[in-house]
Design a protein around this ligand. Structure first.
Ligand code: PGA
Length: 256
């Protein structure tokens, strides 16, 4: 069995003013526990990327990610940022397809397939989110729903490209609600996702894929979630805004 290193990504969403963003990042850099191979990423508002880069570069142990980018390199898309711009700033990761982007900004599986392709073509790592709404879970159709999202946005990629994507399973009913999926529910879906990739790309690709769980991960539940065999870490929203909580989650990953 392949040993996969853990990942913890904090998703700040549209939170924190500039000085709080600097303070939190300085605090994290200064107090980071032993990582034991765990990758740590902060997914921050794009306007802060450049300033935070000089803070995380102090020890080089935290990566920065944008929370979104467009599928085109440049042009008349007011308010958007491109993968090419991120690359030119030496930002190497970007979240794509977060449920809030899908829901409030109508991002479709097709549009996301174009974004993923573009991001990979610039050599960036996409952190690709999938996950079902409550109504789908209540009908017990979550497996079909999530695999359809992956099929429509990811399956055009080659095996080599898929291997560079980090996935995040985020059931929408668990995001920001305090209602976490149980460790068993998370494990079940992560295994479904891994098996789905195995069928299309083979076991060698599937067993190396990093699949994060997101949805009300906190300092108390992180260790249990991360102990599941197919849960490779977390995409953490609310709890990533408090240094102590986020540091405890990183420790949970590093010790799992
Ligand atoms: P949450 O958000 O941890 O606040 O539920 C997770 C996410 O949306 O990435």
């Amino acid at each position: 069995m392949v040993k996969r290193n853990k990942w913890v990504a904090g998703n700040w969403k549209m939170n924190l003013d500039y000085s709080s963003a600097l303070e939190l990042t300085n605090n994290l850099v200064a107090n980071l526990p032993g990582l034991n191979g765990t990758s740590v990423t902060l997914c921050v508002p794009a306007v802060y990327l450049d300033a935070l880069k000089s803070i995380v570069n102090k020890n080089g142990l935290i990566q920065l990610a944008a929370q979104n980018c467009h599928s085109e390199d440049k042009g008349a898309f007011t308010g958007e940022i491109s993968a090419a711009m991120l690359k030119s700033m030496d930002i190497n990761q970007v979240v794509l397809g977060h449920s809030e982007r899908r829901e409030y900004f109508n991002e479709s599986n097709k549009f996301l397939s174009e974004k993923v392709f573009k991001v990979l073509s610039h050599g960036l790592t996409p952190i690709f989110c999938c996950g079902e709404p409550l109504s789908v879970r209540e009908e017990n159709k979550q497996n079909e729903f999530v695999t359809n999202q992956l099929e429509e946005s990811i399956f055009h990629l080659s095996a080599e490209e898929v291997a560079k994507v980090v996935f995040a399973y985020e059931p929408i009913w668990a995001i920001g609600t305090g209602r976490t999926a149980s460790a068993e529910q998370a494990q079940e879906m992560h295994a479904v996702i891994r098996h789905f990739f195995e069928q299309k790309y083979g076991a060698a690709v599937a067993e190396k894929l990093i699949i994060l769980y997101g949805g009300s991960v906190n300092a108390s539940n992180a260790a249990t979630l991360f102990s599941m065999p197919d849960v490779d870490g977390g995409l953490v929203g609310g709890a990533s805004l408090q240094a102590n909580d986020f540091l405890q989650i990183i420790s949970a990953a590093a010790n799992s």
